[in-house]
Design a protein around this ligand. Structure first.
Ligand code: MN
Ligand code: MN
Length: 467
């Protein structure tokens, strides 16, 4: 027999905030859908380890779903589905709504670049009959985490004649992989006495790529010569071509379920592909929206959003202006009426490192997509801080669509913090709020997220662009 609730219990239910683990509150259908969505996501993760690969994946899917490449000057009408690629490293997607564009667009912004090791312009060298590549790391990493793990090499090389070669080695099980070495503990007394930030220094992140001389001729740099010969035979590239290349080393392992219960996903690049994939799928799955949706999968967030493929540049604004023009409106009027979900990850509470978080205001695994009103460190520096009104609107929308959601700040007030693209979009006079999936071990080669949080992000973005 059910026990009768006391007056205090009833009042608590009415007045207190009670965010529960989604496994207690979600429907069985949603939990099943989360597992199915996770399978699609893992495929995306394994095939999209760089921003260029994520763009290729997205564009192939968009074409399959009837999206057409947009060209400035083309007229648009309700129901049109378009995309535009920015230099192969970012993609803009739009579904034209039935409402006048002057009512603004529903904007979802996520990034598809992730921390990694970039090759320097003169990367290849031989030292004591071993061949290595010099790297310059990209984004905020704990350098020691990037040693002694299998790495794959991705990117493009522009040859002297201007033609381009795409490189992808180390993902196929039959491919070789690459590796940064670390000292054996027996000889690491001095190294282990250094602070962790200097345990492995930037110039120690050299990738081993070979050890076999070209031939029995005792030439100098014969191991390097052999590597260049292999690269020449396979790709037709010379050492000079590496100057005009973007070669990126990323973890070679695949996304995997984590845990006996398979509730979590481990993988490289959850930040921010666990938001960019749901945002992409929400755009692809949307049909006949009222308001025009714009989804931007951007590059360069991890290095501060500068450059012409980052969101501090004008490319998003130009795209919205072009759409506005095609529908007979002013871009600035459209922007001022627009709303944005800045879709980026947040830090999940980690039971092994509880001290960095303030437990009442941090995100938890399995409690859903995390809404973050403001980011910024210490005195909220560098944040856009969504208004109470816009936060209230998003909160109502999430609740009305049955989305599992929570709120969270990244760490204690004085602990550190991090930014997202939210401020750059809000600076265009757009109502913007951060929303994303909580991540454990963020920026590590193997990050962890929850399947139901991932699916909640998809539901949230879909609800937003359909609204
Ligand atoms: Mn991010
Ligand atoms: Mn990041």
């Amino acid at each position: 027999m059910a026990e009768k609730k006391t007056a205090a219990q009833k009042l608590k239910e009415k007045l207190f905030l009670d965010r529960q683990n989604g496994y207690y509150t979600m429907t069985d259908e949603d939990i099943k859908a989360s597992s199915e969505f996770a399978e699609l996501y893992k495929d995306f993760l394994d095939k999209s380890k760089t921003e260029r690969e994520a763009v290729s994946y997205a564009v192939a899917l968009l074409k399959k779903k009837g999206f057409k490449e947009f060209r400035k000057g083309k007229k648009l009408k309700a129901g049109d589905k378009i995309y535009k690629i920015n230099r192969g490293k970012a993609v803009l997607i739009s579904v034209i709504g039935s409402a006048p564009i002057a009512e603004g667009v529903r904007l979802c912004a996520a990034h598809i670049d992730s921390p990694r090791l970039d090759m320097k312009q003169n990367p290849l060298y031989e030292d004591n009959e071993m061949a290595l590549l010099k790297t310059h790391y990209y984004g905020g990493i704990k350098k020691y985490q990037w040693t002694t793990i299998p790495l794959s090499l991705h990117g493009v090389v522009i040859k002297a004649d201007g033609t381009s070669v795409t490189v992808n080695i180390g993902e196929d099980d039959k491919d070789p992989v690459f590796c940064v070495s670390d000292l054996l503990p027996h000889l690491a007394a001095e190294q282990m006495s250094r602070p962790a930030s200097k345990l492995i220094r930037g110039e120690d992140l050299n990738i081993i790529v070979g050890s076999r001389p070209f031939s029995k001729d005792k030439e100098s740099e014969s191991v390097k010569l052999n590597i260049m010969n292999i690269l020449f035979e396979k790709y037709g590239i010379t050492e000079a071509d590496l100057v005009s290349a973007e070669l990126e080393a990323v973890p070679a392992f695949k996304a995997r379920d984590i845990g006996f219960d398979r509730s979590l996903i481990g993988g490289y690049g959850h930040d921010d592909r666990c938001c960019s994939f749901p945002a992409l799928m929400a755009a692809v799955d949307s049909s006949k929206p009222v308001h025009t949706s714009v989804t931007v999968l951007t590059d360069k967030e991890e290095t501060g959003s500068d450059g012409n493929t980052g969101l501090r540049s004008s490319y998003l604004r130009y795209f919205i202006e072009d759409i506005a023009e095609a529908l007979g409106e002013q871009g600035r009027d459209v922007l001022s009426a627009s709303e944005c979900l800045s879709a980026d990850v947040n830090a999940a509470f980690d039971p092994s490192f509880p001290e960095v978080n303030e437990r009442r205001n941090c995100a938890y695994v399995n409690k859903g997509v995390c809404i973050t009103k403001y980011t910024g460190a210490r005195g909220k520096s560098g944040t856009s801080d969504a208004s109470a009104e816009f936060t209230g609107r998003i909160r109502r929308l999430m609740d009305s669509k049955g989305v599992l959601w929570q709120t969270g700040e990244l760490g204690k007030v004085d602990e550190g913090g991090g930014g997202t693209v939210a401020a750059y979009i809000a600076n265009l006079d757009v109502d913007t709020i951060d929303m994303g999936v909580p991540v454990i071990s963020m920026h590590a080669p193997f990050e962890i997220i929850s399947k139901i949080d991932l699916y909640s992000a998809y539901k949230a973005f879909a609800a937003f662009i359909a609204d």
